[in-house]
Design a protein around this ligand. Structure first.
Ligand code: GLY
Length: 472
């Protein structure tokens, strides 16, 4: 008889729908899902044994839900950063016997960019850009901080990135040349963040970005294949930063613009970081995905832009659909400290997001492109879902920021729904993803058309060749 397992999923967005999907498809277990979600996600509601909405994802209400069903829950897993940073694991493990898969509050490095930079400086200084922390507690006046800021800008020739200490879903980051071109604009962005707390001003690095993720059981770190996220809102990497408009993964472990040496270097860097935090033996407080690293590949090799303490959205959607192992077994091994390997199919995957008209300021930038008559209408996934009969498991449709109301699904404010295409190469995976995206109707949704395009990837390859000074 198939073993029953009860799983608590703390959910926000398409990332958690992908986790729910991976559990729901388990062949080794009869899975019962207990889902605490930020909204009435139609995908998750359909698959949940018990479902609750916690609109602000506060850890107290999530814990209450876990306690109510604790006799039926074998373990829990968390997708979004906010409850992890606020100590959801500490609270649930303190009040119930449910083991949680996510780092404890102490190891949620994502909570402070300043603390991250200081840790990197100690353990892996060669991948840390030059940086300076501007802490409001250390300055008596705005004139004083301005003097220091401008001195630092002189030193770095204005080529900087300005980042708030606290996480802002990529939106607080401003980069010279992209988000501002004068010191006045930079100072405005700086002050908007400085009023809320410490700000880091760091050297702007030139290169190509990639995302590193790894499962961790406290004792072992198991790197997952590399992915590329598309942070900027519009085609050609224009517009403001977003949570990520799409992503791709190549057939193997690293990306077309990377070398195997880059990949090995990343692994070595994160292994050093892991060993520092783990100490000798094991540190189960690191369980989950404590190191989801945004790397940038420069002329000097990979450098770290930031560390997150959770799965990437959309990057984990590139991985979970092609996990060869049963995801429930992977989770049990993370809890037991016996996760020594993870098998992933040798396939390419492409994720494209469809988002509402306001997202990334689209409606203001491209007012003529928005189908205004569709604003406020439901989103219809029927035709996209029918594509499963053509592509089988090679297409996945994961609703994110949308909710079920009176049997219809409506877009909310953030990324609405993503489509994952799986295939033997990146371009075929992209075709599937785009076919799915085009079949989604309603809500005046829009999407980036160049995610994983041949041209975009070729540009990344050329850029890296230029930086490295090589011809091939
Ligand atoms: N893809 C960006 C993030 O998950 O933070």
């Amino acid at each position: 008889m198939t073993e029953r397992v009860g799983i608590l999923v703390v959910s926000y967005g398409s990332r958690a729908a992908a986790m729910v999907d991976a559990f729901y498809r388990s062949e080794n277990y009869k899975v019962e899902l207990y889902i605490a979600d930020r909204q009435r996600n139609p995908f998750n509601i359909k698959r949940a044994k018990e479902f609750t909405v916690v609109p602000d994802l506060n850890v107290g209400d999530i814990c209450k839900f876990a306690k109510k069903h604790q006799d039926k829950i074998d373990f829990g897993i968390v997708g979004p950063e906010k409850p992890i940073i606020n100590g959801v694991r500490d609270l649930i493990e303190g009040e119930t016997d449910i083991p949680m898969i996510c780092p404890t509050k102490r190891y949620a490095l994502e909570g402070s960019k300043v603390a991250q930079r200081l840790l990197f400086q100690e353990v892996i200084p060669e991948v840390n850009p030059k940086f300076k922390v501007f802490n409001p507690k250390e300055y008596k006046s705005l004139d004083e901080v301005k003097r220091d800021l401008y001195r630092w800008l002189d030193e770095l020739d204005n080529r900087v990135a300005v980042k708030p200490d606290a996480p802002a879903a990529g939106k607080g980051v401003g980069v010279w040349g992209d988000h501002f071109t004068t010191r006045e604009q930079l100072r405005e962005h700086f002050l908007a963040n400085y009023r809320a707390g410490p700000v880091i001003v760091e050297e702007k690095l030139e290169g190509e970005e990639s995302s590193f993720q790894a499962f961790c059981d406290g004792k072992h770190l198991i790197p997952l294949p590399e992915t590329r996220d598309y942070k900027r809102a519009f085609d050609g990497d224009a517009g403001p930063n977003t949570g990520g408009m799409g992503s791709y993964k190549d057939v193997g472990e690293y990306l077309p613009f990377m070398t195997e040496a880059d990949w090995r270097k990343e692994e070595e860097i994160i292994e050093r970081l892991f060993r520092k935090l783990r100490g000798d033996g094991s540190n189960p407080e690191l369980r989950g995905i404590p190191f989801y690293e945004a790397f940038i590949h420069t002329a000097k090799g990979p450098m770290i832009l930031e560390n997150n303490s959770r799965p990437g959205d959309p990057e984990i959607q590139n991985i979970l659909p092609i996990l060869k192992d049963d995801f429930v077994d992977v989770c049990y091994k993370m809890i037991e400290g016996t996760l020594t390997r993870v098998e992933v199919e040798k396939k390419a995957t492409v994720v494209t997001y469809k988002v509402p008209p306001n997202y990334g300021g689209y409606i203001d930038t491209f007012p003529d492109r928005v189908r205004r008559e569709e604003i406020g209408t439901p989103v219809d996934l029927t035709e996209a879902e029918k594509l499963s009969s053509k592509y089988g498991d090679n297409i996945r449709i994961y609703p994110g920021s949308m909710e079920l109301r009176d049997d219809k699904t409506y877009p909310l404010r953030s990324r609405t729904v993503c489509v994952v295409g799986v295939a033997e190469d990146i371009q075929s995976a992209r075709e599937i993803s785009l076919e799915g995206i085009r079949a989604i109707k309603g809500g005046a949704l829009w999407y980036r058309r160049d995610i994983a395009s041949r041209e975009h990837i070729a540009r990344s390859i050329e850029h890296m060749k230029r930086l490295r000074g090589t011809k091939n």
